[in-house]
Design a protein around this ligand. Structure first.
Ligand SMILES: *Cc1c(COP(=O)(O)O)cnc(C)c1O
Length: 355
């Protein structure tokens, strides 16, 4: 820390992204990226003729892409917001809808960026514990007078909250914004997008990073009534009006033109998830009923930290969170069937269960 850092930030503990080591080639199952490449249409669209225009700023309104996304979800472009990864949309929403008098409320076991945004922006927080099985109880969120953030499906548990529960929370907090972070919704969750016309306090945040194989492009999006979208747009124009790059806009347009490709990739990931869950169960692992592109698993005879380190030594990276309630668990991204086979073989060796 330099002697110049603002006092306000002296205690800030930044979010720690999954490691991206370069010392050797790892099987990367630690950051929930897609193991499959972007649609061929994305690669065709990002040709040199299009990239020739990199001397020019991108369209700050992202109009063409917003139109495409709106059409696909049955909304108007005014209901769609674009961001540099969905982390940015979440950050803008924290800035816009939380303050001293309106704390942020979220689960104790959820996406690690929420508390970091609170610290960065000086927002007080209410941490609402999940039940012992990591499920979320809608009753805990009734009339709480706070801005509510729910990851659905949740990370790192992979568990989904029903749309009925989301609607109950929306209806019980009409004077507060409810942010539903749907980064993993395409792998088996139900989107709350259909509730936007009914609830002016709903902001749904999604991303192209997980189900659309574009983590490297940094493209997120959000849905809400026009007034909510205008609010986060005002924050965006006050921070970085060109937040989505030209290549990201092009990639996004092509991705939404090839929805069939991504549906097929999601089905593959889901099938691999179910197969991997069976394999892990056979090795004695216990798991949550994940509907995301990862599994959340623990073994009664081995610690999460030990398994993480032994897998890494064998060239396989998974995510281990040394945090309260979840330090026994591994979060394992669903890769290709071959990668998951390598994972299961390595675990069998580590656990002494080779056949
Ligand atoms: C991965 C993830 C995001 C955001 O990812 P971006 O790459 O910034 O779009 C948001 N929320 C959750 C819960 C995630 O796991």
């Amino acid at each position: 820390m330099s002697r110049f850092l603002s006092k306000r930030l002296s205690d800030l503990v930044p979010y720690v992204p999954g490691e991206q080591p370069t010392d050797m080639a790892y099987i990367k199952l630690n950051t929930n990226e897609s193991p499959y490449p972007p649609s061929p249409m994305v690669l065709e669209r990002l040709v040199s003729a299009a990239l020739d225009k990199l001397n020019l700023y991108p369209d700050p309104t992202g109009k063409a892409l917003r139109q495409k996304i709106a059409a696909q979800y049955g909304l108007e472009p005014e209901n769609v917001f674009l961001s540099n990864g969905s982390d940015e949309a979440l950050a803008f929403a924290f800035m816009a809808f939380c303050d001293e008098k309106t704390p942020a409320a979220f689960a104790d076991v959820t996406y690690g960026f929420y508390p970091v945004y609170c610290d960065l922006f000086g927002i007080p927080r209410a941490v609402i514990p999940l039940r012992s099985d990591f499920t979320l109880c809608a009753d805990d969120y009734v009339g709480i007078g706070k801005t509510i953030i729910i990851a659905n499906p949740n990370a790192p548990t992979g568990l989904a909250v029903s749309l009925d529960a989301i609607e109950k929370i929306l209806a019980a907090n009409p004077d507060n914004v409810v942010i539903v972070d749907e980064a993993y919704v395409d792998f088996g969750g139900d989107t709350a997008v259909g509730l936007i016309q009914k609830y002016d306090n709903l902001l749904v945040v999604q991303t192209c990073s997980k189900s659309r194989s574009l983590a490297g492009a940094r493209l997120g999006f959000a849905f809400g009534c026009k007034a909510l979208i205008d609010d986060i747009d005002a924050v965006r124009y006050s921070f970085n009006s060109y937040n989505v790059s030209r290549p990201a806009l092009l990639a996004g347009e092509a991705a939404f033109d090839d929805a069939a490709y991504y549906d097929a990739m999601c089905r593959r990931v889901i099938a691999t998830r179910e197969k991997t869950a069976e394999g892990l169960k056979a090795l004695g692992f216990q798991m949550t009923a994940s509907v995301a592109n990862f599994l959340f698993a623990r073994h009664p005879e081995a610690s999460g930290g030990d398994l993480y380190r032994q897998l890494k030594a064998r060239g396989i990276l998974v995510r281990h969170f040394d945090k309260n309630r979840i330090s026994d668990y591994l979060r394992i991204t669903i890769g290709t069937p071959e990668q998951m086979k390598a994972l299961l073989s390595a675990l069998a060796v580590i656990l002494g269960r080779e056949t």
